[in-house]
Design a protein around this ligand. Structure first.
Ligand code: CP
Length: 309
C-alpha cells in the first residue's frame, strides 16, 4: 500500500485514486482506535493551523472536522459566512487570502457554488479539503460512507449498492458513485425520473424507477433527502406522493426476500424519505456513519498535512 496520497488537496473523489481511498481507510482504522481510547488525542498536527470556512449550513460535517482537527492537536479557527465581512461584499479569494495571511496552513471549505474549492486551489498554496460544494461533490461523506460499508460488509468488490432519491441535486450521490466504483462495487440509482440526471447512465451506474425491485437487488441502500432548497422548479408533485412511491418504511423492508443495510448521510426528513422505524432499526448504521466521519476526517487531514510543500 502507498504511504502518501497522490494529491495535495481533496477536491473530489473523482480526482483521487483507489489506492488513495484504501490508504485513507487504513489510516482511519488506526485513528478510530485512538478515538476510542480514554485519551482520544494525538500530537500529529501540533504545528498546523486549520481554518474551517463554512459558507453554507452544516451540523455533522462542521463539527466532525472540528473534532478531527482537535483530536490531532491542530490549532483551529472557524469562519461562518453569515457573521463575516462577506456580507459587506468581500470576494471569496480576498476573504481566503486574508485568512491565509494569518499563517493558516490548511483550509476546510463548504460552499454553495460547485467548483469553489477547485477555483481556490488554483490561486493559493494551502491545502484545501472540499466539505461539500453545491451539487458537485462531498468527498469526505463518500469516504465515511464507503468506510462504514466496508466495516459492515468487508471488501466492497462486487457488492451491490443502491442510492435512493434526489440524485439530481446530491453531491453525496456523485461522490458515492465515484468512490464505490473505485472500490469495485456495482451502483444502482433509484428515484423519480425527474430527480435522476438525464445522462446518469454515462457514469456507469444502473438506473431503476422501481424501489421494491431495487431493494431486493441491493446489499446496502443509501437513502437521500429531497433537497427542496436546491430545487428551482417542482420536480415532484408532493412530498406525500414521493413518500408513498419511494419512501423506505418497515413494511416495505419486511416484505423483501433479504435483509439489507440502511444508510443515510443526514440530515434526515423523517416520514418523507425514511420512516423512524427504519432509521432507528437494527438494520440502520446511520449513527455509525457519523462516528466514522471523525476518523475519516482525521485520516484525510493527517495525510494531506504530510503532502504539503
Ligand atoms: N451529511 C452532511 O453533510 O451533513 P451536514 O450538512 O449536517 O454537514
Amino acid at each position: 500500500m502507498e504511504s502518501s496520497l497522490s494529491t495535495k488537496h481533496l477536491l473530489g473523489i473523482k480526482y483521487i485514486t483507489s489506492e488513495d481511498i484504501r490508504l485513507i481507510f487504513e489510516t482511519a482504522r488506526q485513528f478510530k482506535e485512538v478515538i476510542n481510547r480514554p485519551i482520544k488525542k494525538v500530537p500529529s498536527l501540533r504545528d498546523i493551523t486549520i481554518a474551517n470556512l463554512f459558507f453554507e449550513n452544516s451540523t455533522r460535517t462542521k463539527l466532525s472536522f472540528e473534532l478531527a482537527e482537535k483530536r490531532l492537536s491542530a490549532d483551529v479557527i472557524n469562519f461562518s459566512a453569515a457573521a463575516s465581512s462577506v456580507k459587506k461584499g468581500e470576494t471569496l479569494l480576498d476573504t481566503v487570502n486574508n485568512i491565509l495571511s494569518m499563517k493558516v496552513d490548511m483550509l476546510v471549505m463548504r460552499h454553495p457554488a460547485p467548483g469553489a474549492p477547485m477555483f481556490l486551489s488554483q490561486h493559493i498554496d494551502a491545502s484545501i479539503v472540499n466539505a461539500g460544494d453545491g451539487t458537485h461533490e462531498h468527498p469526505t461523506q463518500a469516504l465515511l460512507d464507503g468506510y462504514s460499508m466496508n466495516e459492515k460488509l468487508g471488501d466492497l468488490e462486487g457488492k451491490k449498492i443502491l442510492i435512493v432519491g434526489d440524485i439530481k441535486h446530491s453531491r453525496v450521490a456523485l461522490s458515492n458513485i465515484f468512490c464505490l466504483q473505485k472500490l469495485g462495487a456495482t451502483v444502482r440509482v433509484c428515484g423519480p425520473p425527474t430527480l435522476l440526471p438525464k445522462h446518469i447512465k454515462e457514469l456507469g451506474v444502473e438506473v431503476s424507477y422501481n424501489i421494491r425491485d431495487s431493494l431486493n437487488w441491493c446489499d446496502v441502500a443509501n437513502i437521500l433527502r429531497i433537497q427542496l432548497e436546491r430545487q428551482d422548479v417542482k420536480y415532484i408533485p408532493s412530498l406525500r406522493e414521493y413518500s408513498q412511491y419511494f419512501g423506505i418504511n418497515k413494511a416495505l423492508l419486511d416484505s423483501l426476500d433479504k435483509e439489507i443495510v440502511i444508510m443515510h448521510p443526514g440530515p434526515m426528513n423523517r416520514g418523507v424519505e425514511i420512516t423512524s422505524d427504519v432509521a432507528d432499526s437494527e438494520h440502520s448504521i446511520i449513527l455509525q456513519q457519523v462516528e466514522n466521519g471523525v476518523a475519516i476526517r482525521m485520516a484525510v487531514l493527517f495525510l494531506l498535512a504530510g503532502n504539503r510543500s
